[in-house]
Design a protein around this ligand. Structure first.
Ligand SMILES: *[C@@H]1O[C@H](CO)[C@@H](O)[C@H](O)[C@H]1NC(C)=O
Ligand SMILES: *[C@@H]1O[C@H](CO)[C@@H](O)[C@H](O)[C@H]1NC(C)=O
Ligand SMILES: *[C@@H]1O[C@H](CO)[C@@H](O)[C@H](O)[C@H]1NC(C)=O
Length: 456
């Protein structure tokens, strides 16, 4: 081979040029540009409304590389471009089906379709969905649930989803990960700083905010918020002993309106969450879709959560729970006239420690140091949704139960005491809440999710 031929070959193999595309509403071939993106390409879409052609969904395959991802983004400092289905009111086709790996969608809005974003039909891995707004769809806004797929390393963050039943009565989940009975799964993935709200038209199914089906594992669900969601804000089923799903730092206000706030079956850690005024239990371990090979509930830790009131059930519900690595510790279960804890099975022998309860106990067998009763001097300012401990609150400086794996941070992201951590989602460190207040802003940090004041 001549040196020249070698150089040409070398160049072809080792040098892939990245192209930057700039798309406006005048770019008539925008779909074809997106369909032909190569590793390293960046497509920037300017503000405006983009209607997909034809009567079908828009299918994208994005094959980037780890060091050269494909990026499709709304133009920075402009409103998100809106991508919508062909017919206004289209309720039979998804807006976008996307598959592939090593890609990012950022600062985009999607509306008017059956599902919003469907990760399929083939698998997606190593993908980031950042600052996405999905609204007014017929059904599930964001799904990774095509049969047979094992999705991994998905991140959905800083995104807002609302009104997932605008065009029809469906189950209307904001996010649906995995399949019934492990028919597909999502692993090693992150749902972070998302806001799911106003899905009150949803019917049938679980109608959840964030749903992770059985067999999915190592999914972290953190710092998300739900408001006015019919089903649970978060429901995870069974990890099939593959690796716990982690539910931490989330906020559920009036979610579910007809269901639990947070629900799990097995292989879950539920920490630092605040659940306000769910219709059924604030938190529940429920035997549903349990790993058939094992057949019983196991491996659940519920610690350092704050549950405030339930409309029609207990703050904490334990169904069919037996002594199989279940830890319930350092929670505030403040339920007034409703039960603070309910269980039909005897809880003797379970690792239940140092939970602050308000409301009757409807569960036999809880050990003596499992609970202590608190009155109405617990929180800083309930009317303003400030569930930070009041000065002198009995949640502070309790004799304490130290978890084997201590919870290092609190709901605000502040370090916890290593010796006497405060009971509940907040660690008491100053006379006023050092974090941002829920009433003004659902969660602090990078989230773009803002909600109106709750009591106003
Ligand atoms: C997961 O995906 C992200 C985004 O594409 C990437 O930066 C990261 O390296 C991936 N992680 C692994 C372990 O491949
Ligand atoms: C879950 O519990 C079972 C026993 O009930 C045990 O065999 C398994 O290793 C546990 N899994 C994890 C991830 O802790
Ligand atoms: C907790 O108790 C210790 C003594 O046991 C005391 O020094 C400390 O000030 C107390 N902290 C609070 C916040 O009450």
């Amino acid at each position: 081979m001549s040196i020249l031929k070698f150089l040409i070959l070398f160049t072809i193999i080792y040098y892939t040029e990245s192209t930057v595309y700039d798309i406006t509403t005048g770019t008539s071939n925008w779909q074809s540009i997106l369909s032909n993106l190569k590793a390293g390409d960046i497509a920037t879409i300017h503000q405006g409304t983009y209607t997909t052609a034809g009567s079908g969904y828009f299918q994208l395959t994005l094959n980037g590389q780890l060091t050269q991802p494909i990026i499709i983004q709304g133009a920075p400092n402009e409103a998100r471009p809106i991508i919508q289905c062909a017919q206004a009111g289209a309720n039979v086709q998804n807006i976008l089906n996307v598959q592939g790996s090593n890609y990012m969608l950022k600062h985009l809005a999607f509306t008017k379709g059956s599902r919003g974003l469907r990760l399929g039909p083939a698998v997606t891995s190593n993908a980031i969905f950042d600052d996405i707004y999905i609204y007014d769809t017929t059904g599930t806004a964001f799904s990774a649930n095509d049969g047979g797929n094992e999705y991994f390393n998905l991140t959905l963050r800083n995104s807002e989803i609302k009104n997932t039943n605008a065009l029809g009565a469906t189950t209307g989940e904001c996010v649906y990960f995995g399949c019934v009975n492990d028919g597909c799964r999502v692993r090693d993935s992150l749902l972070e700083h998302n806001y799911c709200h106003d899905t009150l038209g949803s019917q049938g199914g679980a109608r959840a905010g964030f749903q992770v089906k059985s067999g999915s594992f190592n999914v972290i669900i953190r710092n998300n918020a739900c408001y006015k969601v019919v089903g649970p804000c978060i429901v995870v089923y069974d990890d099939y002993n593959r690796g716990r799903n982690i539910i931490t730092g989330n906020l559920a206000i009036e979610a579910g309106t007809a269901d639990l706030g947070i629900q799990c079956t097995s292989g879950a850690t539920v920490t630092n969450n605040i659940i306000i005024n769910a219709n059924l239990a604030g938190i529940g371990i429920i035997q549903n879709s349990v790993y058939p090979t094992v057949g019983y509930i196991r491996n659940v830790t519920i610690n350092h959560n704050t549950v405030y009131m339930s409309q029609a059930d207990a703050c904490l519900r334990l169904n069919s729970v037996t002594n199989n690595n279940i830890i319930i510790a350092n929670n505030v279960l403040y339920c007034g006239n409703q039960k603070s804890i309910t269980s039909a099975t005897n809880l003797a022998g379970l690792s239940i420690y140092n939970n602050a309860v308000n409301g009757p106990i409807g569960a036999p067998g809880i050990q003596a140091n499992g609970i202590f009763t608190v009155g109405n001097n617990v929180f800083a300012d309930v009317q303003n949704l400030n569930f930070y401990p009041a000065v002198g609150s009995p949640l502070i400086n309790t004799s304490g139960y130290l978890d084997n794996q201590p919870v290092v941070y609190d709901f605000n992201g502040k370090l916890r005491s290593k010796t006497k951590p405060t009971v509940g989602a907040y660690e008491f460190s100053s006379s006023t809440n050092p974090g941002c207040l829920i009433a003004r802003n659902f969660k602090c940090g990078s989230s773009t999710a803002i909600v109106p004041n709750y009591f106003i």
